[in-house]
Write a protein that binds this ligand. Structure first.
Ligand SMILES: [Zn+2]
Length: 129
């Protein structure tokens, strides 16, 4: 090992900061600069945010926003009147009318019945924030 300043061989090298440069120098040259601590590249562990989709939990399902349109379109596609659909799922036609106008948010049971009768999906996984 040789000193980076005087070039003399030395048993021990010191890391010193001289004019902005870190040099490995002998004991006598070390006095010329200010000692620096060996920096063992201590990288601060950066916590990477985990993607929210990594959770194994079942996504909670929520009624789609356009449920009333989905119901209406599906019903009309099947050529059913509101009365016929109501009869099919054992509900009053007024319930169907209210649902299709978006005034009535169907509960879980009603959603299931409508989904089954019209072969549609009214629930979608909730986007986690
Ligand atoms: Zn030296």
């Amino acid at each position: 090992m040789t000193c980076e300043i005087c070039g003399s061989p030395t048993e021990r090298l010191f890391s010193v900061l001289i004019e902005g440069a870190t040099l490995r120098v002998c004991g006598s040259c070390a006095k010329l600069g200010s000692p620096v601590r060996e920096r063992k590249v201590t990288r601060v562990a950066v916590q990477r945010p985990k993607p929210p989709t990594s959770s194994l939990e079942e996504p909670s399902m929520e009624l789609v926003q356009e449920y009333h349109r989905v119901i209406k379109q599906a019903r009309e596609r099947l050529g059913l009147s509101q009365e016929q659909l109501g009869h099919k799922i054992n509900e009053k036609s007024s319930v169907i009318r209210l649902m299709e106008s978006g005034k009535l948010k169907p509960n879980d049971l009603l959603v299931r019945k409508v989904e089954h009768a019209l072969k549609i999906r009214l629930l979608a996984p909730v986007e986690s924030e």
